[in-house]
Design a binder for this molecule. Structure first.
Ligand code: ATP
Ligand code: MG
Length: 539
């Protein structure tokens, strides 16, 4: 057996060695109450990845025990996002598939004297739960007979009582140091239409009670979840033991992924969508998988990130810069190169006529990528920042009388700058050196600067979009989330681009500009920033 890569695998190796299990089965358990985010990508990496490592399988398990917040729209989005990441689930399962069994199991607990119907209100239950230092108080309904409990529970199911009028509680220990074991509620009355079972039920099981049953019924061997469930594990085990599960699934907790400058809770993400701070769940600033996809971040880069951060038990916060560095590394290796000009300045080559194709290397780091042809011509767009009338020392871009190379084409000399009434340069007139063609340069001229360009006679207008992080920096950390939100985090500019980008949607390195996703919105070409070109991680 390969060596364990993390503590979860070490536990599994232990269970296999002891003969407790013979194959590994996991599940990824989203609640369909919102879109998946990058934290869920880590959970999938752990759940699907662990199963795969042991030649086992992983189910997609929808935890739909909370009908008031769940929707089919979310179920569809979740499926799409998992498929996009490239994971394959064995079965698609819903907690609601098991509602009958979960109900029957509750009757079994009642018959065994392990559960009772309680008439206290939610507030009263909370008030009698005790504290970390003091035990709770037993409910006056705790000693009802199994027969009475069974009758009342059946009446609850039949709709005899109002929402909240009664509930079913596990009978465990009001003095337990673990508050989760102080007679937790396991069924509540709730009249809400369920997205799958409609109005069949007016009582719904609580997550802590339903989850171990659902795991067991699916044959899950290891129920991998985040640390906040650690204190719930004794209850998870209590359910398994009292319902006689064999082999009992083993719950193992790991640390959540937290990223700086990002909101990661579905509740807040939903708020951003509802208050229209962002354009939707798939806004490129959102940490949702749909947002990351819209941003142009490849699924492979996300998985690579999950692999690199690893699985640990200790809570930590990961720098967003680290995530971006992983994305940048991935795109640097895989993204094709292209040219676009973000703040266009006209460049005219006075001594050039006609047009020609020049070779453009698609990705110099990928030997298999090859080249493509780009049309070069007399009138080009270059960046305003690549020409200066008043250059600082050691300026390698274009200045009057100076030389620079136009990427993959020729060396030009700037001869004249045309300015408007305000002194702004509107056009640079140049002379090109015919012997300086890239790949066959016999000119002997040294041009240190290499400029990207777009052929004015063969280009398309593009809308360039750049983004700031949705949450302000660490200086603001600790402040309320709504104060840290950066509402004006989308910036739009007019750009000029190669027609190639309009014809080939995808994620690109725009030379000297950054990594961008190119796509069409109707007729319009949009260039949307993925990550900057240079690493500013640890700056
Ligand atoms: P949120 O707080 O964002 O609503 P959640 O935990 O309620 O998240 P679920 O749909 O219940 O969302 O999550 C499905 C699985 O993904 C759970 O096992 C949960 O522990 C895990 N998960 C959620 N967020 C993260 C995260 N940031 N890092 C790792 N795993 C996560
Ligand atoms: Mg949850």
């Amino acid at each position: 057996m390969a060596e364990a890569e993390n503590f979860i695998q070490a536990f599994i190796d232990e269970d296999l060695a002891a003969g407790k299990i013979s194959a590994v089965k996991t599940r990824f358990p989203p609640e369909p109450n919102g879109y998946l985010h990058i934290g869920h990508a880590k959970s999938m990496f752990v759940n699907f990845g662990t199963a795969e490592k042991y030649g086992g399988t992983c189910n997609l398990f929808f935890d739909d025990t909370n009908p008031s917040k769940e929707k089919t729209e979310y179920v569809d989005a979740i499926r799409r996002d998992i498929e996009w990441l490239g994971y394959r689930w064995e079965k698609e399962v819903y907690a609601s598939d098991f509602f009958d069994i979960i109900y029957d199991d509750a009757e079994k607990l009642i018959e065994a004297g392990k559960a009772f119907v309680c008439d206290l209100s939610a507030e009263e239950i909370k008030a009698t739960r005790g504290t970390l230092t003091e035990p709770g108080t037993e409910s006056p309904y705790r000693n009802r007979t199994p027969e009475e409990n069974l009758r009342l529970f059946r009446e609850m199911r039949a709709g005899k009582y109002a929402d909240g009028e009664k509930c079913l509680r596990a009978k465990i220990d009001m003095a337990s140091p673990n508050i989760n074991l102080r007679d937790p509620v396991i069924y509540r009355i709730l009249r809400a239409e369920h997205h799958r079972t409609g109005n069949k039920w007016c009582i719904y099981p609580m997550y802590d009670y339903a989850h171990p049953i659902c795991d067991y019924l699916q044959g899950v061997t290891h129920s991998l979840c985040t640390l906040e469930f650690e204190d719930h594990r004794p209850l998870y085990d209590w359910v398994g033991i009292n319902l006689g599960f064999s082999p009992k699934p083993r719950q193992i907790e790991f640390a959540r992924l937290n990223l700086t400058n990002l909101v990661m809770s579905k509740r807040y993400l939903k708020k951003l969508v509802e208050e229209k701070t962002v354009h939707g769940w798939d806004d490129p600033r959102m940490p949702t998988l749909a947002g990351l996809r819209a941003r142009g971040i490849p699924a492979e880069a996300i998985k690579d990130f999950c692999a690199r951060i690893g699985v640990a038990k200790a809570q930590s916060e990961c720098e967003i810069g680290y995530f971006e560095a992983v994305v940048r590394d991935w795109l640097n290796l895989h993204a094709p190169r292209a040219m676009a000009v973000t703040a266009p300045l006209k460049l005219t080559i006075v001594n050039y006529e006609g047009e020609e194709d020049v070779d453009f290397e698609i990705n110099q780091l990928d030997e298999t990528a090859g080249t493509r042809k780009v049309k070069f011509g007399k009138t080009l767009w270059i960046e305003q920042a690549d020409f200066s009338l008043d250059p600082p020392p050691k300026y390698h871009r274009l200045k009057l009388g100076g030389y620079a190379r136009l990427k993959n084409a020729y060396i030009v000399r700037a001869d004249e700058a045309v300015t408007d009434e305000n002194g702004n340069v509107t056009e640079v007139k140049c002379t090109y050196i015919p012997e300086s063609r890239s790949g066959n340069d016999t000119s002997g001229i040294k041009a240190k600067g290499v400029l990207h360009w777009v052929n004015a006679a063969a280009c398309v207008d593009a809308e360039l979009r750049q983004y700031d992080h949705l949450l302000r920096d660490a200086d603001y950390a600790g402040q309320d989330f709504s104060e840290r939100i950066r509402a004006d985090s989308e910036h739009i500019f007019a750009a000029k681009a190669e027609p190639y980008l309009a014809e080939n949607e995808g994620s690109y390195q725009l030379m000297r500009t950054g990594y961008y996703r190119a796509f069409r919105e109707g007729e319009k070409l949009v260039l949307s920033e993925i990550v900057s070109l240079k690493d500013n991680f640890n700056k």
